[in-house]
Design a protein around this ligand. Sequence first.
Ligand SMILES: *[C@@H]1O[C@H](CO)[C@@H](O)[C@H](O)[C@H]1NC(C)=O
Length: 231
Amino acid sequence: MMYAVLLLALVATVLGFTSGPPVGSTYPNLCTDMIPTGHNGGMSRADDTDNPPYTITASADEYMRGSSLTVTITGTGGNQFEGFFIQARRADPARDNDVAIGTFSSPPATTQLLTCHNVENSAWGHSNSMTRSSIEATWTAPAQDEGPIKFMATIVKGVPDRDYFYLNVMSSQISFNATGGVTGAPTQQPVTPTSGVVTPTSGGPSHSRSVSVTLALVAALLASFLSIHKY
Ligand SMILES: *[C@@H]1O[C@H](CO)[C@@H](O)[C@H](O)[C@H]1NC(C)=O
């Protein structure tokens, strides 16, 4: 049993499985700058970082108060991806563009909703670094006029390794339509982080590499203790 744990921990460590964007107090800037500092210090080794081989599309080119749309991340030219971290942001440069807007729902398996800027489910990311070609979830607008918005993502290609990623992958702008919409929609007032501290959604997705290393160390210590003492 201990050896199984040790083996699993070692395999996970070597392969670099991740449990998703480690939002939370350990990485206080992650929700805002969306830079994966656990991947080569946040410096992508991808060749053409200005031309990400990914598109982000929405099922509508406008949103209304409380309305929902489907957001899809797709690899182009046969490219796939292993990790992603996405938020909606205000697109009007005259407004605060650094906070997540609206909320995500219906995350498929192997993905998770995340809390950024003190708003639950305001970000969406992977929870397992499996290879994928396309993935979608629902995004719901807040009740107030946020002006035009766009989706912004960090996408980890993962090939040849996790140091290959793309920042600032953007959708087209989605404009606000004041005509329709749900009048009783909940009002969302994202809090601009002054302390920079964000709260994880559920128990806190941790950075699995360090967790794996810790697990491996604990398992190795226990295994050697058991073999010495022959229990
Ligand atoms: C806004 O939404 C209303 C109601 O659905 C629609 O009739 C109108 O054409 C939309 N306006 C724009 C500018 O798209």
